[in-house]
Ligand binder design. Structure first.
Ligand code: THG
Length: 269
């Protein structure tokens, strides 16, 4: 599993406060803690008004990179801002995100074709909005992947996010998501599948348990990345346990190591 740590995000109240107060030590602690907990990338999202987004992203990216060697995942709906921020990164990371909307792909893909940057592509477009139908999710994914291919972007650099919706409003949200994951993985085995874990439980009580079961069930369908809170011991335990059951952790090595280090099963968090 490729873990994208979600915590440097101005939509989270504590991070928003730190951003407003320019509290460097809090943002640094988010970068360090998520790295220690196994994040492969650090998502960086300003969560501000568009006028403040550029300056905020620059501040967050500089701090994240000064505090850890973990590559960043630049999270913004403004593709031109993302492109401007790429040279600020010390090492190649992930662009989060493009979609079938507008000409985002045609703007981004030529700019990063010759780099090692990876891309998260969302299965939504103007015609379908955010579809629940797995066949439509697949068709949009296929167009995005073929477009990347046409720009000579290796498919191993593509992360498809099949945009899970909330089970509170869409009873088959998980089943549709998993059907799309299976179809995409069957046609394009090198492509990775990622997702935010919390969309599934929007509007429900006990969100944590729903999010964790979503992680396990989506992994069993082939999801191989998640935008998640790696500092949550419960979430990590679910991830490592699921990897044992799916034979992704031979000899249970990673699970046992995490257990011995107190990274899972401890009462800390
Ligand atoms: N897909 C893509 N990018 C995304 C999302 C997605 N970026 C933003 C978002 N969704 C993922 N990021 C977050 C960040 C924080 C929270 C949810 C999604 C959040 N955090 C709580 C906190 O930190 O207080 C709770 C964390 C927990 O208990 O697990 O709510 O879908 N491509």
């Amino acid at each position: 599993m490729i873990i994208i740590g979600e915590k440097i995000n101005g939509f989270i109240p504590a991070a928003r406060k730190a951003i407003e107060e320019r509290d460097e030590s809090y943002i640094r602690s988010l970068a360090i803690e998520q790295t220690e907990c196994g994040a492969d990338y650090l998502d960086v999202c300003a969560g501000t008004s568009p006028e403040l987004e550029r300056e905020t992203m620059e501040w967050l990216i500089d701090l994240a990179q000064d505090s850890s060697d973990t590559p960043i995942c630049i999270d913004s709906s403004d593709i031109n801002l993302i492109i401007d921020l790429i040279p600020r990164a010390k090492r190649p990371g992930i662009v989060n995100s493009v979609s079938g909307e507008g000409n985002k792909c045609d703007i981004l893909f030529p700019k990063i074709a010759d780099t090692e940057w990876k891309i998260i592509a969302l299965t939504c477009d103007e015609k379908n909005g955010i579809p629940n139908d797995p066949d439509i999710k697949y068709e949009i994914a296929k167009d995005l992947i073929e477009k990347a291919r046409s720009y000579n972007i290796g498919l191993d650099r593509m992360f498809i996010d099949p945009l899970v919706t909330s089970v509170a409003t869409t009873s088959d949200a998980l089943l549709s998501f998993n059907a799309a994951v299976r179809k995409i993985k069957k046609a394009y085995p090198e492509v990775r599948i990622t997702s935010g874990l919390s969309n599934i439980s929007y509007g429900m009580p006990l969100r944590g348990i729903i999010n964790r079961q979503f992680l396990a069930l989506a992994m069993s369908a082939g999801m191989d990345s998640a935008i998640m809170d790696p500092t949550s011991s419960d979430m990590r335990a679910t991830l490592y346990a699921t990897d044992i059951l799916l034979e992704n952790d031979r000899g249970c090595k990673r699970f046992l190591k995490a257990y011995r280090k107190g990274l899972i099963g401890s009462k800390k968090k």
